[in-house]
Design a protein around this ligand. Structure first.
Ligand code: UD1
Length: 356
């Protein structure tokens, strides 16, 4: 069987890695990796392929940054000819980025089957570009591979046919469990001189938090206040660093800004943190799997099990972020939701084989 993976942005690469590996293990598959080029900086892309030991992409569409419409259209235009030429049995698309929805549109029009990894997540917030991408991709996909039971319910509620929905669990946790021993060898905490369970780790990059300057400054002020009490480490996404003003850098005070980190270095920092402050999707899951307190700077989450079963709390208000960060204590035990067991990609591979 010929399987074509399409990825484009940083959070896709961690999901591709275990699926690619599981399909190699099954054998008899021809795998093609198409990188759309949505992310192109070494630190946002190539570093992840090396770090996660994914073979370099067979094809790079080199679309780069642009408005959502232009970026999505460019991917569609270039991806269509790849699909026509390669004629895969299945296309695997991951997560909720622009590359995901572009691939779904192309495949559905060409009549090529598309499987969506991480299907069914819903924040209910259509001001989030990712929510639009999730809704459209799931509507068009032929196979919806879900990470949690709430996702199954969301899809049923939207009228998706039952035989298209397959609960497989969370591939991000496959990568996490696989990578933990490697992560500790990175010695990031030692290199940064920060004590185990003694620091806050921050990532912020959502348009809703960084695109309006007042909102960004109020969040940076909150981080500066946390840094008066404990070390704060902030590997910064290019979107966010591009928007920081001199005033923002001033209010950040003692916060330590780092370049975006490769996967295992970041995982080492997550696993050792006292608290993680983030607006990322993946970090909400990783902190739950590791039992690390997480404050999500959003009004909603498409990953509700991280709140109901895990360590996640929604904290959109900067003052609340400061208060909860100072109160945060490791709660010891990590409880992993169903299917967050390191075997999700294996279940995906078996599902694909059964639907060859
Ligand atoms: C994208 C995803 C988001 C995901 C995030 C992870 C969509 C709609 N959004 O957001 O869901 O959480 O990736 O990182 O697909 N840039 C660079 N170098 C790069 C990539 C981006 O400098 O390699 C800068 C550019 O200025 C670009 C901006 O970051 O305009 C935003 O990049 P883009 O791919 O549009 O969205 P992200 O914010 O990265």
């Amino acid at each position: 069987m010929k399987i074509l993976h399409v990825v484009g942005a940083r959070p896709n690469f961690m999901k591709l890695a275990p699926c690619h590996r599981a399909l190699v293990a099954i054998g008899g598959m021809e795998q093609i990796v198409v990188h759309t080029g949505q992310h192109y900086d070494d630190a946002m892309s190539d570093a992840f392929f090396r770090d996660l030991e994914i073979p370099p992409p067979d094809i790079n569409l080199e679309v780069g940054s642009a408005s959502h419409a232009v970026q999505t259209a460019r991917i569609m235009e270039r991806f269509e000819s790849v699909v026509l030429e390669r004629r895969p049995g299945w296309v695997l698309a991951y997560g909720d980025v622009n590359s995901t929805v572009a691939a779904a549109l192309v495949c559905s029009k060409l009549g090529v089957r598309l499987a969506h990894v991480e299907a069914g997540l819903r924040s209910g917030d259509r001001s989030m570009p990712e929510e639009i991408n999730r809704l459209v991709t799931d509507r068009l996909a032929d196979l919806l591979l879900t990470p949690s039971r709430d996702a199954d319910e969301n899809l049923r509620r939207e009228g998706i046919e039952e035989d298209k929905i397959v609960f497989v669990g969370n591939v991000m946790i496959d990568t996490l469990l696989h990578g933990l021993p490697r992560a500790r060898q990175e010695l990031m905490r030692e290199q940064l001189g920060i004590a185990d369970r003694g620091y806050a780790l921050v990532t912020i990059h959502r348009p809703s938090n960084v695109d309006a300057s007042e909102r960004l400054t109020s969040l940076m002020t909150a981080l500066g206040r946390v840094a008066e009490v404990m070390p704060v480490v902030f590997p910064i996404h290019p979107r966010t660093s591009g928007r920081l003003t001199a005033r923002d850098r001033d209010v950040l005070g003692g916060v330590r800004l780092l370049e975006p980190l490769p996967y295992h270095a970041m995982l080492d920092l997550i696993a050792g943190a006292r608290v993680v402050i983030t607006d990322s999707g993946g970090l909400q899951e990783e902190t739950t799997a590791l039992g690390i307190p997480c404050l999500t700077i959003r009004n909603n989450t498409e990953r509700p099990v991280t709140v109901t079963e895990g360590t996640n709390r929604l904290a959109p208000d900067p003052d609340v972020v400061v208060r909860l960060a100072l109160e945060a204590r490791p709660n010891g035990s990590a409880r992993r939701p169903e299917g967050w067991d390191g075997k999700a990609a294996e279940r995906i591979a078996l599902t694909l084989v059964s639907r060859a």
